[in-house]
Design a protein around this ligand. Structure first.
Ligand code: AMP
Length: 262
């Protein structure tokens, strides 16, 4: 049975009582609205550790746009059921007050990578991400923490955080889980209408094609997408678009690009 913990104190007491220090702990941090992508991280953690902790926390500091936070799909009861079904041992689901008892006075700021790509379009986003990840890693104290390549920039920044602050945790990168039509599975996909959902597959198809970023941008814009960026960097191609105001991001390794669009 999955045990739910709502406070830092409850988890810390349990960690001592259950003598978890001698066990390998896998940790999967999420914003909730769990889907198959999250499940793939959880399953990896279950396979590699004695105990798996899942966190569901809709972190307000990583949303620079209030409307985006308001519309983010939240489904706590469904998430608890998913955790139960997958065999998660502990579900950590704190309130904002629990995670930010002092407001947002102290924060982690990264000055290079976090300013590019998504960071250019979502100011402060990665400061919020890194701050909450640092807090969560300190609270849970896992052996391994699982992050998806779907958010590749986030994964790289978390790796840097762990290196620069000498955190004693292994970061495990997990491949992007996709729908059959190629669209990366994402909580935000639930906000797309049926026609938008069909159209969204074009984003994945073009990003994974051999066309140049400029051509991809032009084609997506012609099809009604609002393009934030399509950019090649460090052997990967990154993209972020909006479809009817709903933000989609994706990335692929450059050496996987296909000759023809799917
Ligand atoms: P989120 O709840 O969106 O913050 O995601 C929590 C974790 O799940 C992050 O490490 C994401 O990169 C990862 N994740 C989200 N979607 C996918 C996906 N389609 N495939 C693999 N990992 C994912």
């Amino acid at each position: 049975m999955t045990r739910c913990l709502h406070t830092v104190g409850a988890w810390r007491r349990l960690r001592v009582r259950a003598d978890l220090d001698n066990l390998e702990i896998g940790f999967v941090p999420t914003l909730g609205a769990l889907h198959r992508g999250h499940a793939s991280l959880i399953e990896r953690s279950l396979a590699q550790n004695d105990v798996t902790v899942l966190s569901v926390f809709l972190n307000p500091t990583q949303f620079s746009d209030g409307a985006d936070l308001e519309s983010y799909p939240a489904s706590f009861f469904a998430d608890r059921e998913t955790a139960e079904r997958l065999g998660v041992d502990y579900l950590f689901c704190p309130s904002s007050e629990e995670m930010y008892p002092n407001g947002y006075r102290y924060r982690v700021v990264e000055n290079e990578l976090s300013r590019s790509l998504c960071g250019e379009h979502r100011p402060g986003h990665f400061d919020g991400v890194l701050t909450v990840v640092l807090k969560l890693l300190h609270i849970i104290r896992p052996t391994r923490a699982y992050f998806g390549e779907k958010d590749f920039q986030q994964l790289e920044l978390v790796r840097g955080l762990v290196r620069d602050f000498f955190l004693d945790v292994a970061i495990v990168a997990c491949p992007t889980l996709r729908h059959e039509d190629g669209l990366a599975v994402s909580s935000r996909n639930a906000l797309l209408s049926r026609p938008q959902r069909r159209q969204a597959a074009l984003f994945a198809a073009l990003l994974g094609s051999r066309r140049q970023p400029r051509e991809i941008r032009r084609e997506l814009e012609a099809k009604g997408f609002e393009v934030e960026y399509i950019q090649d960097s460090t052997h990967r191609r990154f993209g972020a678009v909006r479809l009817g105001g709903i933000r989609l991001i994706d990335n692929v390794p450059l050496d996987s690009l296909m000759e023809e669009t799917r």
